[in-house]
Structure formats: structure tokens, C-alpha cells
Design a protein around this ligand. Sequence first.
Ligand SMILES: Cc1ncc(C[n+]2csc(CCOP(=O)(O)OP(=O)(O)O)c2C)c(N)n1
Ligand SMILES: [Mg+2]
Length: 571
Amino acid sequence: MSDEQVGNDGYTGADLFVDTLESYGIDHVFGNPGTTELPVIDAIGRSELEYVLGLHEDIAVGMATGYAQTRRHRAHHDDSVNPVGVVNLHITPGLAHGLGNLYAAKRAGAPVVVTAGNHSTDFRHEEPALAGELVDLAEQFCKWSDEVLDVETLPTMLRRAFRVALTPPTGPVFLGLPLDVMMAETDADPERLGEVPNAGSGDPAQLERAADLLTDVDDHEVAIVAGDQIARSGTDAVDAAVELAEATGARVHGEIHAGEINFATDHDQWVSYVSTDEERASAVQDADTILFAGTSTNTTLTRHEDPLVDPDTTCIHVGEDAWEVGKNQPADAAVVGDPGLVLRDLAGRVRPNIAEETVAARLETARETKERIDEMLADVGEGDAEDDPRASKAQLIDAMRRVAGDAYVVDESVTAKFPIMTRWDFDPGQFLTNKGGGLGYGLPAAVGAALAERDSEDPREVIGFVGDGAYLYYPQTIYSAVRYDLDLTVVVSDNRNYRILKDNTLDLLGGDERDHEFVGMDFDPPVDIVRNAESHGGRAELVEDPDEIEGVLGDALARDGIDVLDVLVHD
Ligand SMILES: Cc1ncc(C[n+]2csc(CCOP(=O)(O)OP(=O)(O)O)c2C)c(N)n1
Ligand SMILES: [Mg+2]
């Protein structure tokens, strides 16, 4: 508790802010400080909280979000873990810098409370330097964006900020903290956080309807598209998804742009992720009945010509977020509720009412589809540069899987992402990837994850797996990892270009490689990632020989501290 005051006779808003965080079980505040934050920074300095400095505000938000996403997995098994990532940024330009990863947090549904200092409420009319509309700036990326205008409202507003962030559908919240409010004296106390509700167990009438649709004997092709709300709900929800798949005989896919592991990917009924490519997305979503379970982003990156799901397909939607239910496909049954509770309930309803032969026939079609798709995906990530001495992405991923099969992987590897998600059967809670699509999230998120693991009872090895382009948004993230003494291995899938933009040029505009200049897509000359990482205090190594990957990675994992392995790969 920060009750000894320095330079102030009484107990202030800043003290109350810090005491509230501590009473909610928060251990870290991620941030980058400025003058308007000084009372808060000073109070943090007198408290038990650890301030985690990011050298750019987007790094601070990315670290807090990766930390929150990782802690959420822990919180599912331990009530004492509050997963919220707390951030403190510097007024308008600082908040603006953090918006890229605030967007990432929103898309990932990460429980994050972002705060920023602001000018005193009786000074803003003079339009001082750094002034701006903080609440408006953050609003579109937040569940709730507001400013604390009176110190007496701070306990309620903080309590509400945490509750809104944690209540499903979870997501970021913004609170502005003006200088005068943080310096005002108060005798208010923190309010208790209280119980946070889950999304409920669903409307019985819609559950019954969904169960009826899933037991229809005429439907041979039944698919489940598993979305990230399942992982957000916990490993119990993943188990419930498996139970329902087994009860119905459905084949299972992961939603487009899945950011987490929502199904047992080593299960016989697991087939693939739905591709971002229109043709392939429509092909795997060709079924009599589809259950969309906890999906949100399930659409292509650019406009599709035809519906991704045939309008005649029976569609069942289950999810914690009413906004997502029936959003891009019609809903023939619509259950709003916690995915774990709802899927388990549906499995129980379906099991006694479905004929064994129906399940067997569906499993047979599922098996055939899986075989066909497995064949198509067998060489994913191998590329076609036969004489290239550099590793293929498949070689790199397979080496990582052999050496670090149990590691926790945080990914922003772009063209290596589909290959890693296809070639490596991650356990639920073992993998995170960038869901929003804005680059510069993965590396800070990996550092946040390493911090969350360090502070857990049984820390896992953490690997950040990022493209060279992705790495270079915020290479100074390495400084934070070093500064806080974390254990992290970063593997850079380095093809020295923005490969995916070349692929997308060909997809959008046609032609072949010789027809396009690919302006702004090559690292020529390349950045020296090794020296860059070393300048921030990390150990780093260029890996040119594919045969060396396993040894170098094994050594890096065996050491404590920060290792950056810059592995050259071909396209
Ligand atoms: C903030 C942001 N800026 C730009 C982009 C556009 N963009 C998407 S992928 C990409 C290049 C990724 O390059 P790299 O990380 O090297 O992966 P590769 O495609 O080479 O596998 C860029 C610039 C983006 N998604 N987000
Ligand atoms: Mg690249």
C-alpha cells in the first residue's frame, strides 16, 4: 500500500488508483511515462506494482495484451489470477501511438485497461501542448471509453473499467486520468471488484432448436467452425467442443483468422483451419449443416465474389457475443451464451437423440474430407525454391516442433503462420497469433507472455515466432525483455521481404512475378537484425544453414535470457 506520501500531505487520486490495482490482484503496469502521468508514476514507485517500460507506447499495449491473453489461460484454472493487463500512456500522442495494438486487443477480446494522463480539467481551454480528445481517440477500439473527472468517482469508474474488460465478450477499456484528479486529495477507498458473470448457459428454446437441427438424419455433411470464443472460455470449452463433435459426427475447422487453439487439433475429426482464400474457404464450408461456435472474424481478407456459405446451408450459431451471432450467415438457431456451457449442453441433448448410423455415416464423410485436405496440406510451407540454400518455412517449423514441442508460441510469422498452425498440433492454450492483422503485435505480445510465464508456478519456454517485416516494427521491444530479465527465444522467419504483399499483389492484380515492381516490399539492403538485437542487450545469431536450426534453438532454449535467432528462409 502506498500510504507514505511524498511531496503531498494527503492521500491522492494517484494513490487510490495504485491501491485499487493492488486490491484487484494486479502486479504490473505497462507504460511509457510523461509529465501528465507523473503523479501516477510516482505512486507506482512507492507501491508493490512493477512498472514495465516500453520504448514505444504500442509496445506497452502489445506487451499488456500478450500478458492478458496468456494470464487468461492461467485464470481458467486459478481463481486468484486476475488476467487484466493494465497500461498507462502519455496523453494524446502516447495514446495515438498505442492504437495499433489497442486494435489488436479489441480483435483478440483481450481484457486490457488502458489509462492515459491528461491535462488538468481547468486548463484545457488554453489548448496546451499534447492536448486532444483522448476518449474519442480510444472509443472505437474499446468496450468503454471515458475519463475520470472527479476523484470521488474514481473507485466506481475503476471498478467498472475492470468489470467491463472482464465480462464476456471481454475486451479493452480506456480511462483518462487528468492531472488535477490524480493530485486531488481524497479519503475514498477502492471498491471491491466482485463476481464477474459468464455469458450464461443459453436460451433453452434455442438450445432445443439447435439440438434438433444437429440430429437431422438427412444431413450427412455436418461441420463445426470453431472460433476463438471457445479458447477464451477455457480448456473446458475446448473439451466440450470435442464432446459435441463426437456426439454429432461433425468434421471440425478453425475459423478464419483464428488467434488461439479452439479444438484438439490432433483429434480424428479435426480437419483444418478455414483458409482466407475465397475458393478454399467455400470448399471447406460446403456442408448440409454448419455450427458456428464462438466465431467472429470468419470472413476473407478482401471482398469475396460469392457467399462463403451456401444460402441453403442450415446455420447454427453459438457464442457469448450477440453481435456476432448470425452476423455474416443467417441463423437457423441462435444461442447466446458461454461456449463451453452451451456446447456441453448441446452434446448432452444430441447424444440420446441421434442414431448411431447417422453418426457413423457422418464420420465416414468427415474422414474422406480430412484425407483429401491432408493431402492438399502435406507440403504447406515447403515453397518451391529447390536450389535455394536457405531453409523452407516447413523445415524451420518442423525443427522448432522437434526441439520445442511443449513451448508456448506467440506468432506473427505472416506467410509462415498457416504452415505453423497446420504442421504443429498445438495443445489448447499453447499458441497465440495476431488476430487483428495489424503488424507489430507479435513481438511485444511474446514479451508480455514471457512475463506472465515468469510469474506463474510452472513457467513454460516461450517462443516468439515472427516474420522479418513483423519484427522490424518494434525491434526495441527486446530492450524491455532484457530490462525485466525475462526468458524468451525469438525466432525470426527471415526472407528479407514482405512476401505476403507480393502474393497478394499477384492475387489481386494478376500476372506473375516479372509483371510487378513490388515497390517497398524488399529489405534491400537488409537490416542487420542480429546487431540490432544485440544493441538492445539480447543475444542474437544469424542462422544460414538449415541443418543448424535445431542445435542453435536447443542451445537458446537451454539458456536463460533473451535470444534472437535470425533464420534465413526462402519463399
Ligand atoms: C501495421 C501494419 N502495417 C502494414 C501492414 C501490411 N502488411 C501486411 S503483411 C506485411 C508484410 C509482412 O512481412 P513479414 O513479416 O516479413 O512476413 P512475410 O510476408 O515475409 O512472411 C505488411 C507490411 C499491416 N498488416 N499492418
Ligand atoms: Mg518477410
